[in-house]
Design a protein around this ligand. Structure first.
Ligand code: PRP
Ligand code: ZN
Length: 297
């Protein structure tokens, strides 16, 4: 594959849960994606970027080799790939993206009791993550065999080919449906932004800078809320103290009401019901909390 000099190439999962959240982030970042169903690439219309659609297991290798300049992949997949290659093929992880949170867990049939990790000694564990698991066992002084599977890991105990499994747990529904209990989380994962260690053109570096600043903007606007309320002027000092992570609020006078004001503020932390209740107790009324769509500091 001949490398593009100016258009940044980002490897993303073709389909699956990670793909859905990746596309949601890219869209929130303002990228206009020209889909090409069945194609290997999606072209971005408003920035010099191409998306390379692949299986998630292929992403760490593609980024390491420079087939893609960036990649978005789960930490679980990245770690397994790196360990499988004796840590000799690690791309650079430049950002934790804060989505696709899940855990890699050891699970046993519900019918089995569990005391501690030693229970796994001399057992067979079905998993798609043999390297992460064996590294973990090695640290804990456990000796167990792994049965490598590439999907439907949860059926292994029922089939009698393994005593336990080590698999990704998100909602826990898969374990429950298969009569399994989560006994130990061995690795916590989320989506990562990987970058190749190969040299990049100035154009590509500029695009990365722009993209990172937009990702940051998306992250901030998710957490940041715009809050508005009315209050007696005398309550202002108390209310200002209660506003979570806010800079100086905007204070406006209310037409025809001498002692009442309107307060507007940008809060950089989540505004919970509890906060709103405290504001009310401190004298505020008509409290509104609004999402912020975009932010550029
Ligand atoms: C993962 C994992 C489980 C399931 C767990 O599979 O292997 O099967 O998700 O999620 P839950 O706790 O919400 O039920 P995934 O959907 O990634 O597909 P794959 O195993 O085929 O890669
Ligand atoms: Zn699965």
């Amino acid at each position: 594959m001949q490398m593009e000099k100016t258009r940044l190439r980002i490897a993303v999962q073709k389909k699956g849960r990670l793909a859905d959240e990746t596309f949601a982030l890219l869209k929130a970042t303002g990228l206009t994606i020209k889909e090409n169903k069945g194609g290997l690439f999606y072209r971005i219309k408003n920035l010099p970027i191409d998306l390379l659609l692949v299986r998630d297991d292929d992403i760490p290798g593609f980024v390491f080799d420079g087939v893609a300049d960036l990649g978005i992949v789960g930490a679980n997949v990245y770690e397994e790939y790196a360990l499988n290659n004796n840590n000799q093929r690690r791309a650079q992880c430049i950002q934790e993206l804060g989505f696709s949170h899940c855990n890699l867990c050891l699970a046993l049939p519900n019918t089995e009791g569990y005391a501690n990790l030693n229970d796994f000694n001399n057992k067979t564990i079905a998993t798609s993550y043999p390297n992460i698991l064996q590294t973990y066992f090695k640290k804990g002084g456990i000796s167990a065999s792994t049965l490598e599977m590439h999907g439907s890991v949860e059926v292994a105990p029922k089939l009698g080919i393994a005593d336990a499994i080590c698999d990704i747990v998100s909602s826990g529904a898969t374990l429950e449906a298969n009569g399994l209990q989560n006994v130990k989380t061995i690795f916590s994962s989320q989506a990562l932004l990987l970058k190749t260690t190969k040299a990049l053109s100035t154009e590509k570096k500029d695009t990365i800078t722009k993209l990172l600043s937009r990702f940051e903007g998306v992250r901030q606007s998710k957490e940041t809320k715009y809050i508005m309320m009315n209050a007696p002027r005398s309550a202002l000092p108390a209310l200002t103290k209660l506003l979570p992570g806010a800079e100086a609020p905007t204070v406006m006078h209310l037409e025809g009401q001498k002692d009442s004001i309107a307060i507007h503020a940008v809060c950089r932390e989540s505004v919970f019901w509890e906060t709103m209740e405290s504001l009310k107790t401190a004298g505020a009324s008509s409290i509104l909390v609004l999402p912020i769509e975009k932010m550029l500091a």
